[in-house]
Design a protein around this ligand. Sequence first.
Ligand code: TNX
Length: 535
Amino acid sequence: MKIFRSISSVLVALIAFSFASCSEEKVVPLSTHSIIPLPASVLDSEGRFALNSNTKIVAIGDQSQMVLIAENFKSSVYHLTGLNLGSADQDQEDAIVFELNPSFGQGEEAYKIDIKKDKIRITASKPAGLFYAAQTFTQLIPTDGEELKGTNNRFIIPTGTIEDKPEYAYRGMMLDVARHFFPVEDVKHLIDLIALYKINFLHLHLSDDQGWRIEIKSWPLLTTIGGSTQVGGGEGGFYTQEDYKEIVKYAQDKFITIVPEIDMPGHTNSALASYGQLNPGIIVPEKGALPYDRTNIGVDGMATPLYTGTEVGFSTLDTKKPITYQFVEDVIRELAEITPGPFIHIGGDESHVTAMEDYIPFIERAQDLVTKYGKRTMGWDEVAHAKLLPSSVAQFWAVEENAVMAIEQGAQVLISPSKKAYLDMKYDTTTQIGYTWAALIELDDAYNWDPTELNENIKRENIIGVEAPLWAETLRSRADMEFLTFPRLPAIAEIAWTSKDLRSWDSFSTRIKKHGRRWDAMGLNYYKSPKVIWD
Ligand code: TNX
């Protein structure tokens, strides 16, 4: 009897289900949609909006700013649905209205999406907010983008209201283009991907021992010699200043600010190989510490050999010679001229062969030069040994005490703990690429932490935001870059965007599945973490 009852209830449920799916499309309520990063507030209401070929886009507000938002949005909708949405000037029914309203308040990046049966209204006080709203909205469209649907299709969006704003102002990713060079097209591709998750800073690690990747007109050998190779001895490459400007502009259109890094005074072999004048030639810390024949490194003023290995910490600029500061100033000046964003990153990590008494004044002079050219200094946490300006930012990656020292000097910290946020760490022991020196970082490890819980002296108000660095010693292709970045980057993006009390692994691990389906449709080479039950 019991069995019969349960069989019949299953049958009833099946019939009800098939009836529902024939007569009307199944709609996932707004609050259970798979939005990443999770918005601050989502309220359901009874009803549905049908996105279809008659839906019009209406843009209210300064048109010079609105065009970009509307065009970006239309192109995302087209790629997901095949619908070619038209525009209308008037606020009207069956429209998605984007409204730039300075009195909306709530901060520069906040937005509201109000979905009613006959109209969707998206409001923000700044274009960035509208852009983020568009990213959220495209995640609501019930398709994986698997094929271009015919224009007769309707896409049902549940009604309700989303109100949202980020926890942190800086939500970043770093790409190391020095160890392996990535051409402009790969960087643009990465920008497209991270913009979907409301990342707003892309830090480019433009120089290291193995390669110098940005044209500096006053020191041309940096790229012709210093940029000529990479880890493993491949061809290398570099961005001309025009290439760099193109990346900056492309990123800007997706509300992403480029943070250029020139790593100094260590991690500079590519510069020393290009210009021997920068080589102190006295640095032989201990026998065997240099990863190559030290014929030249030991000779003051001689260019070093190019380096294609993966050791760190063996090189340094000559911190005592005036020519070094001419070099640093030229590089910072040229970089500042082509960088509209507020930050220049001076590196400062792992300068193991620079004596502390030389390191400190070097960092302070570099910081002064960044300030002279109108920018704020960023540096890896070691820079806190120097006297930091309150406008400077120390990027915590390894030593908590350094981060605390920076805070005590009035500077803010950017949180990139290598044990949690390093995208070049392997997922598990079977991962083919990446490193293990900091940790193995599975998807739940990348998700289950909070910047305010690392150290009691690193408090919410000291933190500018979160950044996930992708070092590239072991990466050889765009596919490798994708594999280590996804799905961990969305996890870090949620830590940076969504307030701590709203986040949970259970919820995230359910929502990420839907993204996996879209990534499949895009042909993205992501890691199918066993921590998630993928669709
Ligand atoms: C440490 S993180 C480095 C990089 C390496 C990375 C590899 C940091 C500031 N320095 O030079 O690429 O480890 O994981």
